[in-house]
Design a protein around this ligand. Structure first.
Ligand code: ZN
Length: 210
């Protein structure tokens, strides 16, 4: 077989696999494949590719509805947790003294909630974005608070940004000072941010492939 023959056959292969070429071309390809192992291998791998592409699940209406319901449910729960946490911890956080056991439990539940939420929803685009935005705010706020505590500078703006840490994490004041609290919150928030950032990028890449 000459090289040109192979090239012609390879041009025809996609049509041949789809069963879309004329009888004459089909016979020609078949005859060539019998005698040319290279083209036969190519045909096998092209057929496999087409099968895999056909096997990619298409999201049907029902699935999309369930997906949307999960997303809305997730966002409502997240909002409820944030509001409950604000309601319980704000007073103590503004006074600044040690936290009580109720505030400690609130902070622990806040951390557990976001941990579970982030892991469970890591493949659901809008929820990963929700988690990513909150973790980004949390990380900025916690690092800002830590720097503010260590340098004692930053004024009103630093105090304002740190609210996003000082209120939800206030329960840790049950057994630590503000500086340690901001340090712990920084570590937790950065870990959270890296995790959500990783899954957010993964989802973006999958979207690009489709
Ligand atoms: Zn060939």
């Amino acid at each position: 077989m000459t090289r040109i023959d192979c090239n012609v056959i390879r041009d025809l292969l996609p049509l041949y696999i789809d069963g879309a070429c004329s009888q004459q071309s089909s016979d020609l390809v078949k005859e060539h494949l019998e005698s040319c192992p290279d083209c036969r291998n190519l045909q096998a791998s092209m057929s496999a590719d087409i099968k895999t592409a056909a096997a990619v699940p298409v999201m049907d209406g029902k699935k999309m509805f369930r997906h949307a319901r999960k997303t809305i449910f997730g966002i409502i729960i997240a909002l409820a947790v944030m509001i409950a946490c604000l309601g319980i911890n704000t007073g103590g956080a503004f006074e600044g003294g040690p936290a009580n056991i109720g505030e400690l439990i609130t902070t622990i539940l806040y951390c557990i909630f976001w941990g579970v939420f982030t892991v469970v929803s890591r493949h659901i685009g809008p929820l990963v974005t929700t988690s990513f935005v909150i973790s980004l705010l949390s990380a900025i706020s916690a690092i800002n608070g830590l720097v503010w505590r260590l340098l004692g500078e930053g004024g009103f703006i630093a105090a304002f940004i740190s609210i996003f840490t000082s209120i939800p994490f206030y329960g840790f004041r049950y057994f630590m000072g503000w500086t340690s609290l901001y340090a712990v919150a920084s570590v937790l928030s950065l870990g959270w941010l890296i995790y959500t950032g990783y899954y957010r990028r993964k989802i973006e890449q999958q979207m690009k492939q489709k």
